[in-house]
Design a protein around this ligand. Structure first.
Ligand SMILES: Cc1cc2nc3c(=O)[nH]c(=O)nc-3n(C[C@H](O)[C@H](O)[C@H](O)COP(=O)(O)OP(=O)(O)OC[C@H]3O[C@@H](n4cnc5c(N)ncnc54)[C@H](O)[C@@H]3O)c2cc1C
Ligand code: SF4
Ligand code: SF4
Length: 406
């Protein structure tokens, strides 16, 4: 069965990442995203989808299709790398606001750019992801209209299931300019939607993303609190990182008990990450179609300790570069040294490996008669052809072994 003919073909084959755009397209009365027993956010059909609605979903769902940067965003100044795609510039950067820099995931580049967009009236609000104030182990999509809303919402890396696009059409229908901040798979869904809905480019002015190694299923967070004998309903604060770089995984209960764990010891061995299957076959985890992608800059790919927070920024579009430059000129963002592709490779070895491996993983799925993601403009076949044959075989066989965990 290699065709996708229904929503359950997407979810049952491990292609769904829970982005929420399908719910946003057809409304909560038709599709509801909810937490599954396995600890994933997945859509459920409340009433049977019409062919027309399912067709719209198939055109945008990041479990069905993912493409690179639109051609009209590439110009004569664009640089290109086979792994990292198109970009205009690469440099260190972080928020000049010490509170934002401290609270945010790395150096607060994304929150700092969001603040600049709001305070210079370029957009009216930011659509992004924050902590659910009532259930802090869970995340919600949210609109932030000012600095207070941006900073009081737990808006830093949420390494659990999220549906950042569940209110995307509601945001479009406000008819106000806004910016979206989310993961590369979320950005992909928006780019696809922009092909069939002209309101997207009219109102969603910027697409900002983070380079993304995937997240842990909800059961990973549950195990974390249970290891301290804490129940979800007792939680007052649940933070994955931030308050330093990377900051600790931290919880506080309503009776004031506090527990934490170092970033490295929480993530530990890759086999314990419990990353959704969709992340393992992700053809674009580096935000190829965003205006700007932000990333961590730890040599070798993992933190050796705490630091003040130094993001790297990849400006992918002319518009993204202009935004970064004007945020720097206006004093919101500090620009550090320029970076080379070799340095970015050193900061993100897992991304380099995944980009090379992903086509073989898709081949493994096809050989197992499973549907996989259609891709265009992401160079994954070209990279596959350049790989060592043994590497490709290992990746293909490796994904077949994981299929039973979907
Ligand atoms: C799932 C996940 C995987 C990651 N993998 C990598 C990686 O492989 N390499 C790497 O360098 N960095 C990774 N990061 C972290 C990344 O370092 C930082 O988020 C990035 O550098 C931006 O830092 P910042 O300080 O500018 O972010 P901030 O200023 O803290 O802004 C973060 C923004 O991301 C949004 N956000 C947070 N979590 C989510 C989510 N789950 N879904 C959608 N939007 C979200 C927030 O709403 C906020 O707008 C990952 C983060 C996440 C959430
Ligand atoms: S990936 Fe997004 S659009 Fe696709 S089925 Fe899952 S929630 Fe819906
Ligand atoms: S790895 Fe890919 S699919 Fe998984 S959350 Fe990140 S961008 Fe989305």
């Amino acid at each position: 069965m290699s065709e996708i003919n229904s929503l359950s073909d997407i979810t049952s084959n491990g292609l769904c990442i829970g982005c929420g755009i399908c719910e946003s397209i057809v409304g909560k009365e038709n599709i509801k995203i909810s937490m599954t027993e396995k600890g994933r956010l997945e859509p459920q059909e409340i009433s049977p989808l019409s062919d027309e609605n399912f067709d719209k979903i198939k055109k945008v769902c990041p479990g069905v299709i993912v493409e690179g940067l639109p051609k009209n965003e590439i110009n004569q100044d664009s640089k290109f790398d086979l792994i990292w795609g198109y970009y205009h510039s690469l440099f260190y950067s972080w928020s000049t606001d010490t509170k934002i820099r401290f609270q945010s995931s790395t150096g607060g580049l994304l929150n700092g750019l969001s603040l600049y967009l709001l305070e210079s009236n370029i957009v009216d609000f930011i659509l992004h992801t924050g902590t659910d104030p009532l259930k802090p182990m869970r995340s919600i999509s949210k609109y932030s209209y000012d600095k207070n809303e941006l900073l009081s919402s737990g808006s830093c890396s949420r390494y659990g299931p999220t549906s950042p696009l569940d209110r995307f059409h509601e945001a479009l229908n406000l008819n106000q300019p806004f910016a979206f901040v989310g993961k590369p798979c979320d950005i992909s869904a928006i780019r696809q939607l922009s092909k069939i809905d002209e309101k997207v480019n009219k109102f969603c002015k910027y697409l900002l993303t983070l380079v993304c190694g995937g997240f842990g299923e909800f059961t990973k967070s549950q195990e974390f609190i249970e290891s301290f004998n804490v129940k979800e309903k007792e939680l007052e604060i649940f933070r994955y990182r931030g308050n330093g770089n990377p900051g600790k995984m931290y919880i506080k209960t309503d009776s004031g008990k506090e527990y934490d764990k170092d970033y490295n010891s929480f993530w530990g061995e890759e086999s314990t990450w419990r990353v959704p299957f969709r992340c393992k076959i992700c053809p674009d985890a580096i935000g190829e179609s965003a205006d700007i992608a932000a990333l961590d800059t730890w040599p070798g790919g993992s933190p050796k300790g705490e630091d003040e927070g130094f993001n790297a920024a990849i400006a992918r579009t002319q518009k993204g570069l202009e935004l970064l430059n004007s945020a720097v000129d206006s004093g919101y963002i500090k620009k550090g040294d320029n970076l080379s592709i070799d340095e970015i490779n050193d900061f993100q070895p897992h991304q380099v490996k995944k980009k090379k491996a992903v086509f073989a993983r898709h081949c493994g799925m096809k050989k197992n008669d499973l549907p996989t993601i259609k891709t265009r403009g992401l160079r994954i076949k070209k990279l596959y052809d350049m790989n060592d044959k043994k590497f490709n075989i290992n990746e293909e066989e490796g994904i077949i072994k994981r299929v039973d965990k979907i």
